[in-house]
Design a protein around this ligand. Sequence first.
Ligand SMILES: [Zn+2]
Length: 334
Amino acid sequence: MEYGYTFLVTVISVAISLLRVELSRLVRLGCVLFVFGLGAGVRPCLLHARQVAITIDDLPFADKASCDFEETRSVTRRLMEPVQAQKVPVAGFVIGERCGNLTEEQRRDLLRVWLDAGAELGNHTWSHPDLNDTPLPKYEEEILRTDAELRGPLGVARVRYFRAPYLHDGATSAVKDWLHAFLAEHGYREAPVTIDDSDWMFASVYGRALDTHDAALARRVREAYIPYMQSVVEFFERRSVEVLGRECPQVLLIHASRLNAEMLPALLQMFRDRGYEFVSLESAMSDSAYRLRDGYVGRKGLSWIHRWGIGKGQAVQLEPDEPRWISDMVKAQR
Ligand SMILES: [Zn+2]
């Protein structure tokens, strides 16, 4: 009986000590998992926000019909207001001859608004030719003429990015290689785009609504714009993971339009709400993704995420379309 009692006490105490060990192991394991979770999962999400570089094309102004100097200057200042106030790094791509009804000095004044707001200016050719249909010597001239304008009268010390109109950068390997060699020779890098969207279509309908004082249409465009842009951003976040295994720093393309002068604060907020911080084009392009092979050769202007996917042998999935009523109205305007 006594032996049985001792045995029972021993079994219970061993069980308790084992349980303690197990409990302490569990607690330790829990701690390890918690710390590991903080270290490997949670903390990086908090420390390393999503990143996006904002790039704006067709400077000094994309709405062709409205190149009145005073109006364009006031809209440009409005567009640059959140850029300056929120210290958002921006790269703007200049078309040398844009707003041809203005004097050269007026065009430069508009571009100085960008420089004063801290924007970096890049080269987008002289007259926005399509590389698919332009002889190479003419295309060279187009790049060099805008280069001279930026470095000369505007006094921009560092011009280092070139963006091909329509993102057309060579329908054949020979033309693509020629373009990149020409750019390198003149100290340029091609500026990629990952978030490729149709903001210009919304801007076209919006401009028309403003010109015809159609307040209801203008409101309809404003209300549809951010949800559409968000659908495109979500798409490229997902494709980035599918193609690269992670979300790379993105490069957004939008245009210098009255629509974006009105909507840029809301657009920036949409990115912030999705956990983004704004970085320079240089910072985004320093990510290793931008050294991947652009596997696309052809006549289309594609997002670099599609190009990297093609380079890895993946099928292209195209981004969401703009709402049908927007594309119908753009067609009807032509
Ligand atoms: Zn353009």
